[in-house]
Each structure stands twice: as structure tokens, then as C-alpha cells.
Design a protein around this ligand. Sequence first.
Ligand SMILES: NC(=O)c1ccc[n+]([C@@H]2O[C@H](COP(=O)([O-])OP(=O)(O)OC[C@H]3O[C@@H](n4cnc5c(N)ncnc54)[C@H](O)[C@@H]3O)[C@@H](O)[C@H]2O)c1
Ligand SMILES: [Zn+2]
Ligand SMILES: [Zn+2]
Length: 393
Amino acid sequence: MKAVTWQGRQDMQVIDVPDPVIEEPTDVIVQITSTGLCGSDLHLYDPLTPFMTDGDVVGHEPMGIVREVGSAVETLKAGDRVVVPFNISCGSCWMCDRGLFSQCETTQNRDSGTGASLFGYSKLYGQVPGGQAELLRVPFGDTLPIKVPDGPPDDRFLFLSDVLPTAWQAVEYADVEDGGTLAVIGAGPIGDMASRIAMHHGLDVIVVDNVPERLARVHGRGGRTIDHSQVDGVGDAIREMTDGRGADAVIDAVGMEAHGSPVAEAAQKALALLPKKVQEKMMLNVGSDRLAALMSAIDSVRRGGTISISGVYGAPTDPLPMFQLFDKQVQLRMGQANVRRWSDDILDLLMQDDDVLGVESFATHHLPLEDAPEAYRKFRDKEDGMVKVVFNP
Ligand SMILES: NC(=O)c1ccc[n+]([C@@H]2O[C@H](COP(=O)([O-])OP(=O)(O)OC[C@H]3O[C@@H](n4cnc5c(N)ncnc54)[C@H](O)[C@@H]3O)[C@@H](O)[C@H]2O)c1
Ligand SMILES: [Zn+2]
Ligand SMILES: [Zn+2]
């Protein structure tokens, strides 16, 4: 089958790899019909290079048609239409029972000290072959895949794999009271969708980014926007819009590659020149995330407010302004989305006729898998008005 593979720093290639096969009686094989390109894939493209291996199949936002089921699978059969969550959770352990699917104790990676395995997401998360491919082996066939009805186009359901539950969890964790103000740093797919969900809940939303077409999407759906390249300080701009107080909660929907952190950017570039073994060690011991977005969030949140982080951070020793966080009595909530915790609620909303979240027009590009190498570059560089890419293998 054809698959998008990592072949080196900033080098994705579509090549032929062996078809996946049923390995456990609970596995299913899914033929992928749509599969998203995510901001998280951009971390693999460059900063997480030390944890990648040549030939890794990437991608974690797939859906498609079940082609084969293992002998123990009872609820799915060939021909069923499913969306596959990005985190691999067993559905029955202590963590899964508590809705903390991204911390699943059956697939936790104890060697690397990380949570549940993820599809297509480096040695840190189990090195499981990913979903930007024609076929995907999916474990826990009875509990992991989300069965969806035939009929509506793929894009109605595809974002259940990641964008929707991630954005949903970000808004839940932000925990803004009715009518309150939520600031969202970053208007990529996650920030955009979080703002849609928050507006659907009736919140006042302010979104920060500096990419005009991304801000225009938010503005077009009724959100207030700030272009951070046009203001002196994001915190001051948000306070001006909130009676001088700051936002009740702020979602960081940017993560480790925020622009506007020159020192960390230089450190990341220097790291990339070192031998791979040394890179891996350095990456695990040295703080090299770019923290500009998180700093904006800390500055912009009101006293006693909440910061909800969905942007991914990877370095263990990032310096944080603990005095400011403590003094402002900030609540910090974060983590990989617990997809299966939210997916039933979201599916109910998606089944309504009027597409309240605008998922069917959410993707800006539908491309064949072969275009992946160019799409990764363009998505990173924000060319061609690219906000959300869906590959159709
Ligand atoms: N927690 C989870 O489960 C989960 C799931 C999916 C994605 N993510 C993470 O969410 C983040 C966003 O993902 P995405 O797909 O929207 O990616 P993206 O890279 O397209 O979006 C990031 C946006 O942030 C903007 N930005 C960069 N620096 C900024 C700054 N200093 N201030 C304001 N805006 C800034 C960029 O212009 C871009 O529009 C990534 O870190 C991704 O890894 C987390
Ligand atoms: Zn993703
Ligand atoms: Zn589990």
C-alpha cells in the first residue's frame, strides 16, 4: 500500500510499504478514505526529529471502511464505516474507566515515560504505524473505532478523530461561566474549532493569530479577533476588550512552535545540527520549546481564571513564570484529548442536519496522498490559504 513516511528532518515521502495484517484477534483493518494533516504532524516534521525513525508511517486523523476483522471482534464487520481516534486506548483499564483515554494504562509507554500510544507519532508514543496510508491496523476493534452512519460525506465525521474532541476538551477544561469571555491563542484548526464550539455554547470569543485568512475564518463566524503582529501586547489588547480584567479563560492552541520566541528558535536550530543520539538526549534534558503563545496566555488570563492548553509541548524543563502563575491564582489544565470521553456527545451534535460547527466546509484542501510532501511544507508555511488539509487516499 501507499503511505506517507518520515524520511528525515522536513522530508516526508509517499512510498510503498507492506499492507498491515491482523496481529491480535481484537484488531481490525480499515481502508482509509479520508485522513487529516494536523499541527501535531508539524512537530514530527522538525522539532521531534530525534524521536523519529526513517520510514515511520505518520498520520493520526483517519476514517474509512472496515475491510477485515479479527476473530474476537463482535461489534464491527467488513463494510462498516468508522472514524479512528488518534489516541490508542483499550476502553477498559483504570484510566479509560475514568474517561482519561489518553492515559490508557494498557498502551501507556513506560519506557519513554509517556501516556497512551498514538497512531503515527514517533518512538515517544509507541511507534505505531499511522493513518496517512491506504490501510491501517486498528487495535481494540470493539471499543476504539467510532462507528458512523453511511450517507453524509466523510468530512461530517472525520474531525471526530482529533480536531473536534481536542477542541471540545479545550473548551470544557477552560470552564468559562455562561456569557463569559474565552480567549483562544492560535487560529489553526484547533483554535478555530475551539472558537466554534465556544460560540455554540454562547461564549464571547477572542481569537489571536497573525495569519489573515485564519483570522478571517473566525471573524466570519462571529468571533472577535486580534492580529498579534498589529498590537504591542496581546495581554493589553485582551484586557482592553474585557473591562481591563483579562479573559475568564485562555486556550493555548499553538504549542511548541509558536513564533515570537527568538532564543528558543535559535536553540532548536542548533540542536538540529547535532548527531541524532545527542539530539535525543539534549531534547529530553533541555528546554527548547518556544513559549510565546503560553506567555501570551499567562498574561491575558484574568486573576483567578483558567488556562487550558491543547498546544503540544515537548521539552521537560521549560522555564515558567511560577511567581506570576501563583500570584494570579491561575488554574492550568492540559493534555492530549481523551477522544472517547467526548465523541458520543459530539456525534450527537454532528448528526443534526444543520452542521452547526461547519465541519463540512472546515477543510480548505482535499488532496491525493501523493501530494503529502508538498502539503506538509505549505501547511507549515501557511501558503495557499491552507488551514486544514484532508488527504483522500
Ligand atoms: N492536545 C491534543 O490532543 C492536540 C490535538 C491536536 C493538536 N494539538 C496541538 O494543537 C496545536 C495547534 O494545532 P493546529 O492543527 O491548529 O496547528 P497549526 O500549526 O495550524 O496552528 C497553530 C496556529 O498558531 C499560530 N501562532 C503561532 N505562534 C503564535 C503566537 N505566538 N500567538 C498567536 N498565534 C500563534 C499560527 O499562526 C497557527 O495559525 C499544535 O501544537 C498541535 O500539536 C493538540
Ligand atoms: Zn491531530
Ligand atoms: Zn485503557
